[in-house]
Ligand binder design. Structure first.
Ligand code: NAD
Length: 502
């Protein structure tokens, strides 16, 4: 088995958006690259396009003219697969169909040497299934790049049931040589990123289905938590057809596990041709002159007298409330031993969500979402108890404003928006780790580099706390019943794992 592919010639099959990007990255790393596509002229066209791209980069000074020239000289468009004899690596980026991929690799086995590594860039097909029928299935491995390939750092190195560990290692090392950050994954539906990311979309779609808030409100809350785009605007960008089909394929591949059930809200958009930006309308209207909806601003209230104000609980959110009140030179009492976090105003409670609804918690109660990144944007969801007086409904958001937040009202649902979404992302990542799909570090790196998350799920878990996440998930599970919010066994056992390691 080849120890390294540093000096290998590379064949890229499929000269579409991904294949062209992979050819560019391989050639920039110094490999001689052959590019093949069954569509006549497609490989040559891809090379022409790469020529324009690289010359454009050279003109902007981002690349020397010499480097651009050398990279291009290494890429040769070929018209038959037989011209690829002697390559040490094949990267396949053809149509996403199992039969086509299997057929191609079987054909290639008759052309390339027995030690040539075969890599597939599939985003959703089982690597184990693609290898079925090959003479040497142990040399087939997933090398899953993200779009656009030259810019996105992540490569998921995916092992099927028969993949030789040494082959995965060689691809891991090669990805590093190509300037990428590789992460090992086991071939399971969605691999790492497309699996762990499902709740980011699914929880927002569930909130929309129960009319808990408008898309602009949900987007604002999740952007405030540090995500570059809210789920609605992101689904509009990806295209609802594409996003829906990934969700559907993960759902089907998991034997219709309710955890991954697709959304009727998105189905409606797809059926109606409201695919997002590309069709001019999705959750938002992209027609010229249409502006995004304004969100309500809430004015702060006057601070009351000291003996009526209490800060409950401990931890970063309680600390933040204390700091704001101290800055405002406001006297208050502390109740650090309280079993909830938040502010008590003349007996009424403004509580950090623990997963339960405000209505479950009492009468004069309002809950607020997990403030994750308040320094950058203090937008925060809140909800009053359905039994709260009109006076407390009016006062609660004004108290949040006084405490430095920009409150946005949503329906009284368990764990509101950010806490709910994060808990479910963590839960999915925990299942992935327990099932040996990836390591905790691998999941964190994959989510930060593959979909630009502000932090990885296990980094959030460390910041938040396992009992708090378990509380949120259990509250969701109790509220909705069914399989969707079942807690990952890994997460359930996590507190004892921590004890074991100390
Ligand atoms: P694409 O449609 O842009 O390109 C596919 C190319 O493959 C086309 O040029 C087509 O003519 C060619 N082709 C089809 N069958 C072939 C065959 N049997 N032999 C040779 N060439 C063949 O598609 P893409 O977006 O580049 O995706 C390619 C692969 O990469 C798919 O498996 C896809 O799931 C995966 N992928 C795509 C993305 C993405 O964001 N587009 C991201 C990661 C992985």
């Amino acid at each position: 088995m080849t120890q390294t592919l540093k000096d290998a010639s590379v064949l890229v099959v499929g000269a579409g958006i991904m294949g062209a990007g992979i050819a560019q990255v391989a050639a920039q790393a110094g490999h001689s690259v052959r590019l093949f596509d069954t569509r006549e002229g497609a490989a040559a066209q891809a090379k022409d396009k790469l020529t324009q791209t690289l010359q454009g980069l050279a003109a902007k000074g981002k690349l020397s003219a010499e480097a651009a020239e050398q990279t291009l000289s290494r890429i040769i468009a070929i018209t038959t697969l037989e011209e690829a004899t002697g390559v040490g690596l094949v990267v396949e980026a053809i149509v996403e169909k199992l039969d086509a991929k299997r057929g191609l690799f079987q054909q290639l086995e008759a052309i390339v040497a027995a030690d040539c590594v075969l890599a597939t860039n599939t985003s959703s097909i089982s690597v184990t299934a693609i290898a079925n029928g090959l003479q040497h299935p142990q040399r087939l491995v997933g090398m899953h790049f993200f779009n656009p390939v030259p810019l996105m750092k992540l490569v998921e190195v995916v092992s099927g049931l028969q993949t030789d560990a040494a082959v995965a290692t060689v691809i891991f090392d090669l990805s590093k040589d190509w300037g990428k950050v590789p992460v090992y994954a086991r071939s399971t539906p969605g691999f790492i990123v497309n699996r762990i990311a499902r709740p980011y979309y699914a929880e927002t779609l569930a909130l929309l289905q129960e009319q808990a808030a408008k898309p602009a409100v949900l987007d604002a809350c999740l952007r405030a938590a540090g995500f570059r785009m809210g789920p609605c605007e992101l689904m509009d960008l990806i295209g609802h057809d594409t996003n829906f089909s990934v969700t559907q394929s993960v759902f089907e591949a998991n034997f219709y596990d309710k955890r991954f059930v697709p959304s009727l809200v998105q189905r409606e958009l797809v059926d109606g041709g409201l695919l997002g930006r590309k069709s001019g309308r999705g959750f938002y209207d992209y027609a010229e002159g249409v502006s995004t909806p304004e969100l309500e601003a809430v004015q702060p209230v006057e601070l009351p007298t000291a003996q009526l104000l209490r800060v409950h609980g401990q931890g970063p959110v309680a600390d933040r409330l204390v700091a704001t009140l101290l800055q405002a030179k406001q006297a208050f009492l502390r109740v650090p031993s309280s079993d909830w976090v938040g502010l008590c105003v003349e007996g009424a409670q403004l509580r950090l969500t623990d997963g339960r609804t405000a209505s479950q918690l009492g009468v004069e109660v309002a809950v607020f979402d997990l403030p994750l990144n308040p320094a950058a944007d203090a937008t925060l969801a809140w909800a009053p108890s359905l039994r709260a007086s009109p006076a407390w409904r009016r006062a609660a958001p004004r108290w949040l404003a006084t405490l430095g937040f920009k409150p946005l009202r949503v329906a009284d649902t368990p764990a509101l928006v950010v806490a709910r979404t994060l808990a479910m992302l963590i839960n999915e990542a925990a299942d992935a780790v327990q099932q040996g799909v990836c390591t905790q570090d691998g999941a964190d790196a994959a989510m930060k580099l593959g979909v630009n998350y502000p932090a990885g799920p296990f980094e959030w878990l460390a910041q938040w706390s396992t009992p708090a996440v378990l509380g949120v998930l259990d509250a969701l599970d109790t509220h909705y019943r069914g399989e969707r919010y079942r807690v990952s066994p890994w997460l359930r056992q996590r507190p004892w794992m921590d004890m074991e390691s100390t």
